[in-house]
Write a protein that binds this ligand. Structure first.
Ligand code: ATP
Length: 709
């Protein structure tokens, strides 16, 4: 059988109560995760990843040998003797663009009927194709190498907005291509003028670290990201789009090696990606960094940056450097943008800035199936184990609210044999980078994380997000929920989000129900008292335009939707689909993305190597060939790392055992199909949980035909 959509994943999962009675406390289940198709677990290799320094030696064929820190990833090495366009270096191109080269199979037929709204006094005509966007030829070629066929809706508006020189506030759903929405137009604008605009610096092609005198970095673009993983991810995207141009990117982030970062900057830096704390460190060292040449300041996850936690840093960055205020364009992006944050943002922007909203601010994608399951606090561990045992193996992110819970869940699942890693702010930066790398490459396809990874992380093929803990109000509330579930269902793919809910999460209940209704999801029994009048619990009935969210328009009169609304009612239809397909395509059923949702194994060929390399691993070409994703769920086949050193320490990252290459396991056989509602918990009574079932919920009526084994 091939998996057709998220309902099939839901169908493969058992009734929680039935599963728990058979698998309670793990004692009744003699199976190992590997018998269910999961790859072997692998311990954290301290000897390999805690060594200092990276190989940042001289370049060859345009490639700087990357170090093993994410920030040392190889960049295009410009030679001052080149004309306007540098030559192609296929080895580096393979490393930067990897499997993305050419069309990577995005299904443009997967459509959100989407509303694109412009607010503010300026209105722009969107561009429908990259060819029409007036991009620099080098950028156009890089877009093609990246495999982008057409701009996503947010890109359709930011391309002309940047070209026309406007400040921007942009809000678009998770996974809708916001990074490229600022990188492509901004870098393209600079490419034509780079020789004139960039600061004097030594010829990168002949620069020898420690020998050639360095310079002070004078970036033209500053991109600020609130978290380290996102900063290095944006750096990786920037490396791609700077290919064959003289624009030189660098990233500075907390926990990373400051010496390496200084050495990167002293070679010259045109595009600087930074986390706030480390940026301020460098701003305070004016001999290393000056912002006086800055042309663009881009704030990613802007609503997070505008929160009071970041106030001091934000104000220092906005005014504390030596930038010349009048010469800078400000661009602010996020998937969630509460009104308060938008108002603050506007204070920093030019009067005639452009505000673009794709969908409701903070809305989630309809292509993410959201299941809410009642699980009492004491039953969560068993529940997550059961859930994983019965889920087809796939990249899965499990979100928790505290570092301690992350460690506990990691220990528990690891001891049960699951290939998992965990990441939180208590880990060293080495551990964090290794964790993400090993999740990204699919060696450990289960990642347990605190909110540190909720925002922005883009790992292709994450098919399941589990909210082990709900992000109730004190943990970021509904915005955090939106960012978390948005790690799946990216760029038009389908995804499943399963959230454990119990009485402690009541303060998010109302917002959660509205979010479910907005995307026509099933509201489970225990949340149905929050359903507003006129809506049905299966999400099918009710006018979603009547749902009352935190006001999402700043300018009710002017802020007209330019496309079909979320229920498909055409308003002023100019853009009818999320991915720019013609309006006619809207009526097509939500389709499949072969490589994300595991069409038959023969079709699913997704080399893992490029992701590893984009994280700054050593030269990929020298690495052993990597097996493609082998099973129907896209769970990658583990890779034999280039070196294996016996791990000396046992902890939540795994006891030391020798690592052997693992043979791919046949795809898990799906369980007897169950109605999706089984995991939507719609069948679980609203009553408070009892100690009865392993999931801690009051025992629901058993489904006779469930097979948990
Ligand atoms: N026009 C395009 N065509 C195809 N793929 C694209 C396009 N634009 C971006 N992508 C890809 O879409 C994925 C998601 O993009 P990105 O991470 O920028 O999303 P985002 O909107 O910033 O999400 P989040 O809000 O979660 O940070 C990336 O893998 C990116 O390479």
């Amino acid at each position: 059988m091939s998996w057709q959509n998220t309902n099939d994943l839901a169908a493969a999962l058992p009734d929680p109560a039935a599963a728990s009675s058979e698998l309670h406390e793990g004692v009744g289940n003699p199976d190992t995760p590997q018998m269910h198709g999961w790859v072997q677990k692998e311990e954290y290799n301290y000897a390999l990843f805690n060594k200092e320094g990276g190989n940042t030696g001289p370049q060859a064929n345009g490639v700087h040998a990357g170090g093993d820190w994410a920030g040392n990833g190889a960049v295009y090495v410009w030679n001052d003797e080149y004309g306007d366009v540098g030559p192609d270096f296929p080895e580096l191109a393979a490393q930067l663009f990897g499997s993305n080269r050419g069309n990577k199979g995005i299904n443009y037929k997967i459509i959100d009927e989407i509303c694109v709204t412009q607010e503010g006094i300026k209105r722009l005509d969107p561009v429908r194709t990259f060819e029409d966007a007036g991009l620099h030829p080098v950028m156009l070629e890089n877009v093609r190498l990246a495999g982008y066929d057409m701009p996503t809706p947010i890109q359709q508006y930011t391309l002309p907005a940047v070209k026309s020189g406007f400040d921007i506030i942009a809000c678009a759903q998770t996974g809708s291509g916001k990074t490229a929405a600022f990188l492509i137009p901004v870098l393209s604008q600079l490419m034509g003028k780079a020789k004139k605009l960039t600061a004097p610096r030594p010829n990168p092609a002949t620069f020898v670290k420690g020998v050639t005198p360095g310079v002070r970095a004078e970036p033209l673009v500053l991109i600020i990201s609130p978290n380290r993983e996102l900063a290095t991810q944006i750096f990786n995207e920037t490396r791609k789009f700077c290919y064959r141009s003289m624009l030189r990117p660098a990233v500075i982030y907390g926990g990373g090696p400051i010496g390496d970062q200084i050495r990167q900057l002293e070679m010259g830096c045109d595009i600087l990606i930074a986390t706030p704390g480390r940026l301020i460190d460098f701003i305070n060292r004016p001999n290393i960094l000056t912002l006086k040449r800055l042309k663009y300041m881009i704030i990613d996850e802007a609503d997070e940056m505008l929160q009071s936690d970041w106030e001091t840093e934000f104000n220092t960055i906005m005014s504390g450097g030596d930038q010349e205020q009048g010469n800078i364009n400000y661009l602010m992006f996020s998937a969630t943008f509460p009104k308060g944050a938008r108002n603050l943002a506007k204070e920093h922007l030019a009067h005639d800035h452009v505000r673009i909203r794709v969908g409701r601010a903070g809305s989630s994608h309809a292509n993410i199936k959201q299941d809410i399951v009642f699980v009492a606090a004491h039953a969560k561990r068993q529940a997550v184990e059961d859930l994983l045992f019965h889920s087809p193996p796939s990249r899965t992110m499990i979100f928790v609210n505290s570092q301690r819970t992350a460690d506990e869940v990691d220990d528990h699942l690891f001891n049960r044999g699951f290939p998992c890693v965990s990441i939180h702010a208590g880990r060293t930066q080495r551990e964090r980078e290794d964790c993400i790398r090993s999740f990204r490459t699919g060696k450990q396809p289960i990642m347990i994380c605190t909110s540190v990874s909720a925002r922005g992380i883009d790992v292709p093929g994450v098919m399941h997000v589990i909210n082990y803990d709900m992000p109730s109000t004190q943990y970021g509330g509904i915005e955090e929920y939106t960012h978390r579930i948005g790690r799946t269902g990216r760029i038009g793919n389908n995804g499943l989000a399963t959230s454990f809910y119990n009485d402690r999460d009541e303060n998010i209940a109302e917002a959660l129900v509205m979010t479910l209704l907005e995307t026509r999801q099933i509201v489970p029994d225990f949340l149905q008292h929050n359903i507003p009048e006129g809506f049905s619990s299966d999400g099918m009935t009710g006018d979603i335009t009547k749902l009352k969210f935190d006001a999402d328009s700043d300018d009710e009169e002017a802020g007209k939707c330019e496309a079909a609304d979320a229920s498909g009612n055409a308003r002023e239809a100019t853009v009818a689909t999320a991915w720019g397909a013609p309006a006619a395509a809207v009526s097509q059923p939500v389709g499949l993305v072969a490589d994300a949702w595991g069409a038959p194994a023969t079709v699913v060929v997704q080399p893992v190597t490029p992701f590893a390399n984009t994280w700054g691993a050593p030269d990929p070409v020298a690495q052993p060939a990597v097996a493609p994703v082998g099973n129907g769920w896209g769970a990658p086949v583990p890779v034999t790392p280039p070196q294996q050193v016996a791990a000396p320490v046992g902890n939540g990252w795994g006891a030391p055992t020798p690592v052997a290459p693992v043979t791919p396991v046949a795809p898990v056989t799906p369980q007897a199909a169950q109605p999706a509602a089984t995991w939507g918990a719609a069948s679980i009574p609203a009553a408070a949980p009892t100690a009865g079932g392993g999931w801690g919920a009051a025992a629901p009526a058993k489904q006779a035909n469930v097979s948990a084994g």
